[in-house]
Design a protein around this ligand. Structure first.
Ligand SMILES: C[S@@+](CC[C@H](N)C(=O)[O-])C[C@H]1O[C@@H](n2cnc3c(N)ncnc32)[C@H](O)[C@@H]1O
Length: 232
């Protein structure tokens, strides 16, 4: 079977060959895509709070990019509030499921494409908002992925991220459980972030941090919601 094509985000008509590293990264997610789609959301109230927060920031004249969209559930909910939402993921398996959902529930503003957040394929200055949910802890090089996401934004554009900060968990999880699970193929490579490291990395790209929030409703919430603005 041919490997999936990675599409430049601003011009999806120009096909680029996937890099070997993008294909490697996609393997884990391709394998678990159906299970990921079937798994229930752990904290529905927290998820809905985030959706409401983001919906309130979107409007019908905005072009929006989502990176690491998974099976597209969030994009399907948010796209009707935008002019156009391009939702991307490195995993062709995830994107295939997202497209099935879109076919069952058409949203004219929404398109799904395979693309690697770590690779220089973003359109420059083409988007008003860049979304990254449960993604930034998974990229190979955080500074580079953020640089690309920021480049994709127009001046004044918003980067909105909600990311698990693994360093805020019991240290046995990042330093023992996750490496063991990774060794047997049950977990991907994960960056050990905390709120300070993540906000600093976003600020290093010249972004103004607008808000840092937690929306979780069940126990300790390690998923930091960060909104940052590209200078106008
Ligand atoms: C934990 S899932 C989150 C999916 C979705 N955003 C959500 O919140 O349910 C992480 C997703 O990021 C994707 N991903 C991982 N590394 C990526 C990369 N370098 N570029 C783009 N997507 C990536 C995976 O394929 C997977 O779909």
């Amino acid at each position: 079977m041919p490997s999936p094509s990675i599409l430049p985000l601003a011009d999806a008509s120009r096909l680029a060959e996937p890099s070997a590293s993008a294909v490697r990264k996609a393997l884990f997610w391709d394998r678990i895509a159906r299970k990921y789609a079937a798994d229930p959301i752990a904290d529905v109230a927290g998820y809905e709070a985030t959706l409401r927060r983001v919906q309130a920031l979107l409007c019908s004249h905005q072009d929006v990019l989502e990176i690491g969209c998974g099976t597209g559930s969030t994009a399907l909910r948010l796209a009707p509030s935008t002019r156009r939402l391009l939702a991307t993921d490195v995993s062709a398996g995830m994107i295939a499921i997202a497209r099935e959902k879109l076919a069952a529930q058409p949203v004219p503003q929404l398109r799904f494409e395979v693309a690697d957040a770590d690779a220089p394929v973003f359109g420059q200055g083409a988007y008003d908002v860049a979304l990254a949910f449960n993604l930034l802890h998974l990229v190979s090089d955080l500074d580079h992925a953020l640089e690309l996401a920021v480049q994709a934004l127009r001046p004044g554009g918003l980067l909105i991220s909600k990311t698990p900060c693994i360093a805020e968990m019991n240290p046995l999880i990042p330093y023992l459980a996750l490496p063991l699970m990774r060794a047997i193929g049950k977990a991907p490579h994960v960056l050990c972030l905390n709120e300070a490291r993540l906000t600093s990395a976003i600020a290093r790209q010249g972004m103004e941090i607008v808000s840092v929030e937690r929306h979780g409703t069940r126990g300790k919430d390690i998923r930091v919601f960060i909104m940052a603005r590209k200078p106008a």
